[in-house]
Ligand binder design. Structure first.
Ligand code: FE
Length: 205
């Protein structure tokens, strides 16, 4: 039998809890409101929404055309819209062009399709370096873009957000939209990764 230990909450967690308690006490915050907001961002929003968009575009040529022509409208067609996604542009990765997205000023990010930004997206090194030396930064993400592929960096802003449409991996012919959505990662829709078919050898040491 193993002993179980309970880690004390982190300082940040304690501080958040304290703020929440004060807001509840002063009736500024309704009970359950925080849970609802967390659920919204963790479960209802998030990269799974973007993955559905990508999988649809991979399997439905007419939808892809609409998506590239008017991202906002085509994303709304799938039921996703709202705060921080009011105006969306979709950038298609091709064998010749690889797109990567940044917000050099702050951390603008398409919430309705990708949820909240990862921490690295908000850091000064990513924001400054990806525009200066995108290939080196992508390489640090484990993505080596071949020399014959052009890398284009797009800078998001308060009014305009981007979603990268990654390339559909070879070996996924005949896959269902649901199965395709499973292999679409958050980073592939920012442009710091590409979509891959899970390696059949994975797990074999
Ligand atoms: Fe920003």
């Amino acid at each position: 039998m193993s002993e179980s230990f309970t880690e004390p909450p982190s300082e940040r967690a304690l501080r958040i809890k304290a703020i929440e308690s004060v807001l509840l006490e002063k009736k500024i915050l309704a009970p359950g409101a925080v849970d609802e907001i967390v659920d919204l961002f963790e479960n209802q929003l998030g990269p799974r929404n973007g993955a559905k968009i990508v999988a649809r575009a991979w399997t439905d040529a007419a939808y892809k055309e609409r998506l590239l022509a008017n991202g906002t409208e085509a994303i709304l067609e799938m039921g996703f819209a709202g705060l921080q996604g009011e105006y969306m542009v979709v950038l298609e990765n091709t064998p010749a062009i690889h797109h990567v997205v940044v917000c050099t000023l702050c951390s603008c990010y398409p919430w309705p399709v990708l949820g909240l930004p990862p921490n690295w997206y908000k850091t000064a090194p990513y924001r400054s370096r990806v525009v200066i030396e995108p290939r080196a930064v992508l390489s640090e993400f484990g993505l080596d873009v071949p020399d014959d592929v052009e890398v284009r960096v797009y800078d998001s802003n308060n009014e305009l957000r981007y979603l990268v449409l990654p390339q559909r991996p070879v070996g996924t012919e005949g896959w269902s939209e649901e199965a395709l959505a499973e292999i679409v990662t958050r980073d592939s829709m920012i442009g710091t990764a590409v979509c891959k078919v899970p390696n059949a050898d994975e797990g074999v040491v």
